[in-house]
Design a protein around this ligand. Structure first.
Ligand SMILES: [Ca+2]
Ligand SMILES: [Ca+2]
Ligand SMILES: [Ca+2]
Length: 271
């Protein structure tokens, strides 16, 4: 449908000019729901990540300063900015967080995923303080996706200092572990009160390819328009998991269209 493509591209150009946006983003990440805590004091927290590939059980064991589960407590993921990147367009939507102190004697902190997962992500709140740098010494390689000032202010810095070590100076942000993992462990050599985390799975890198043929073209646009007409992700008419909601706000509207046209202009999905 070359005529249709031309028409869409014309619209795209206008929307992109208006939005100042020329890059597609990843699909929304699926963040964990932490639902139970055990031990006195608490030393184990468990939950679930509802992902496109099915539910993943996630269990944390080790030192716990506090655990906010079942979406209770302050929203330490606000502002969302430090957690957002082209790979992760949405901050954790629940308030669930596992708070740590670390330090000598805090032992091994351990996360287990069942079944194993590829490239899990971790949102971190307040690693260190402006005058105290804190290190997470992981057994798994990672990359930093985003960081910046957050709930507890700044500077908000996260640094990958090599040796699978992450340092934070009042660091808020998101990191991604590399590879398939069933468990991640880390130690925290120096104590600080406090820093916390949750985990999740990033969405696919080419979310606008709704039919999965590695290009974003008119066939995807047809599916997208159908989703726009339904609008609400909770509407039973909407395809399961609402794949056209690219920004994860539970509706399919103009904001998603802006993201779609960026990917449509690119045509070929990133590797
Ligand atoms: Ca802190
Ligand atoms: Ca496609
Ligand atoms: Ca949306």
């Amino acid at each position: 449908m070359p005529g249709v493509r031309l028409a869409i591209q014309t619209v795209c150009a206008c929307v992109l000019a208006w939005a100042g946006c020329d890059r597609a983003i990843g699909a929304p990440a699926d963040w964990a729901a932490w639902t139970s805590a055990s031990g006195a004091p608490v030393n184990a927290v468990s939950g679930t990540i509802a992902s496109a590939g099915g539910a993943v059980s996630v269990n944390y064991t080790g030192e716990v300063f506090f655990a906010n589960i079942n979406n209770t407590g302050p929203n330490y993921y606000a502002p969302a900015t430090p957690f957002l990147s082209t790979s992760v367009p949405n901050a954790p939507p629940r308030r669930d967080i596992i708070g740590l102190q670390g330090g000598a004697g805090s032992g091994v902190h351990r996360l287990e995923f069942s079944p194993p997962v590829d490239d899990p992500i971790m949102a971190i709140v307040s690693l260190g303080q402006p005058s105290i740098q804190v290190t997470y010494d992981f057994d798994t390689p990672f990359t930093i996706l985003s960081f910046g000032p957050g709930y507890w202010g700044g500077p908000g810095t996260l640094n990958n200092v090599g040796g699978q070590r992450l340092t934070g100076v009042e660091g808020h942000g998101t990191i991604r572990f590399i590879g398939r993992v069933s468990a991640i462990t880390w130690t925290i050599p120096n104590a600080e009160t406090w820093h916390g985390f949750t985990v999740g799975l990033a969405g696919p890198p080419c979310p606008c390819d709704l039919n999965g043929d590695t290009v974003v073209d008119d066939a995807d646009f047809v599916e997208f328009v159908q989703a726009v007409n339904v609008l609400d992700c909770l509407d039973p008419e909407m395809p399961a998991r609402c794949p056209s909601d690219f920004n994860g706000d539970s509706v399919v509207d103009d904001r998603d269209f802006v993201l779609f046209v960026g990917a449509y202009n690119d045509l070929i999905c990133p590797e």
